[in-house]
Design a binder for this molecule. Sequence first.
Ligand code: F0G
Length: 459
Amino acid sequence: MKLPYVEPYKTKMVEPVYKSTEGQREKWITESGYNLFNLKAEQVTIDLLTDSGTGAMSDRQWAALMTGDESYAGASSYYNLKNVISEITGFSWFLPVHQGRAAENVLFSVLVKEGDLVPGNSHFDTTKGHIEFRKAVPVDCTVDIASDTTLNAPFKGNVDLEKLERVLKDNPSEKIACIIVTITNNTSGGQPVSMENIRSTGALAQKYGVKFFLDSARFAENAWFIKTREAGYADKDIREIVREMFSYCDGMTMSSKKDAIVNMGGFIGFRDEETFRRASAFNIIYEGFITYGGMSGRDMNALAQGLYEGTEYEFLSSRIGQVARLGSLMKEYGIPVLQPFGGHAIFIDAQKFLPHIPLEEFPAQTLAVEIYIEGGIRSSEIGTLMADRDPVTRQNRYTGRELVRLAIPRRVYSDNHMDYVAAAVKNVFDRKDSVRHGFRIIHEAPILRHFTIGLERIV
Ligand code: F0G
């Protein structure tokens, strides 16, 4: 008999999972303005809002915390992290920052000016926010097949190279701030980008003389997909694949809260010293001196250890395997889940789940609220609310994406917890026709509105 995958870790410490009644949850979500970000953690049973900063650190990471060096300048923890980043990514210039969006803020302060274009695959919401905040334009050049949630293709996170080249050809290179490719492509369903696509994007960047950065929050999961799906990589080690991915670009932004399995932290990696020097000035203003930049010494130590653990094949197989197991169960129940399953999350196609709820009533948010009421499961909307309004017309941006994301924290929940999640979603699916209406907006922020939006039920 083939032995099943087994998690390459076991539990040393636990924390409670909070139970509640459906009546309590109805009350809490109403008080929260139907915004899942407003719920208190104790009001949530299984928290799949995000896989960011929610992972369980290992005993080795906790041990590394204890040996953190808190010197303001030149801490040993900084040099420890610098060495590990250089070994894993190949970038010898780096700046620590407190999280991924801080990396975007510092890097874009150097690269992005008003009127610029930033092409790539789908930009994550904070990336888009930082670009639009500077009155520049993110250009989504993701392959068209990404919007077909049922099509089974191995690299639906890819950049459409023709679309990208058109943007590069039709605009002077000074207008292209840089190319940003997000690995894996979170917004389009945690879908990977192939090595071939990264290589070709790098070649286009060189041809047109523009910089190319990888938004690398889930770079290790991307490498695992390359190993398991792309011809020629099956026998390569994850770290070898990682180094090759980064060899084609000029640098990276990193939210370490995902694949480096820490609760807070991030960094920017640079190939060239000049961009590093220019970014250093902004790092000092926004984050902190260049040898700590928003992180304490202990956190840099834990991050260095996390980079090793997050790039282990065994760990990635069990992590991505757990996500796929949840996806398969939901598929078995007939729930319209995005396929292939993403690396960090299962995405439900809300337009297929609730076809009678019009886009103007936010079907993905409607479904996320129902899943919370049913089982106390917190998910997130990747749809019209997250897409924000068009900065010029101020109309809702209907991107064709109405997804509910169930993001799985690393090393936190058991398969049994996942069975509970699948059963709760199935119960909502069985009563979907009783969900008559969605929501209208009561108040919203001008940018990144989904975090703080207030909604009311349409009755
Ligand atoms: N890039 C990607 C691809 C991300 O998924 C995120 C965060 C960021 C950048 C920003 O990093 O949160 O450390 O500032 N994603 C989280 C999520 C929040 O839930 O997907 P951050």
